[in-house]
Design a protein around this ligand. Structure first.
Ligand SMILES: [Zn+2]
Length: 108
């Protein structure tokens, strides 16, 4: 028996992209039911775009959080998640892995 694995691609109109795991530690946002939520202030961004999320972070929280680097950033993310979320859509392992990947192999 051969398994035919198909990767279903969800096509959405409106220019929304899938939530990127690394945005969790980059911008302290998590995705719940196609809404991106700011872990710092609870603001919700319905349009899941990097530009929207990045803009919110830069305007509201950059001063307080931009100096967190490396593990400090991950620790803060875990702290914020614990405070805010009952259900977490993306596993911590996945976030941690993306964090490592970005720091070992930074994207251009
Ligand atoms: Zn916020």
């Amino acid at each position: 028996m051969e398994s035919t694995e198909t990767t279903p691609k969800r096509q959405k109109t409106g220019g929304e992209g899938p939530f990127k795991v690394e945005w969790e530690w980059m911008y302290f946002f998590v995705c719940r039911e196609s809404v991106a939520k700011c872990l710092v202030c609870g603001a919700e961004v319905k349009c899941i775009r990097k530009s929207s999320i990045e803009r919110h972070f830069n305007r509201q929280h950059k001063d307080a959080y931009e100096n967190l680097t490396g593990e400090e950033r991950l620790e803060k993310l875990q702290e914020l998640k614990g405070r805010n979320l009952q259900e977490i859509t993306i596993s911590n392992e996945e976030v941690f892995l993306s964090f490592l990947l970005y720091n070992v192999f930074p994207s251009p």
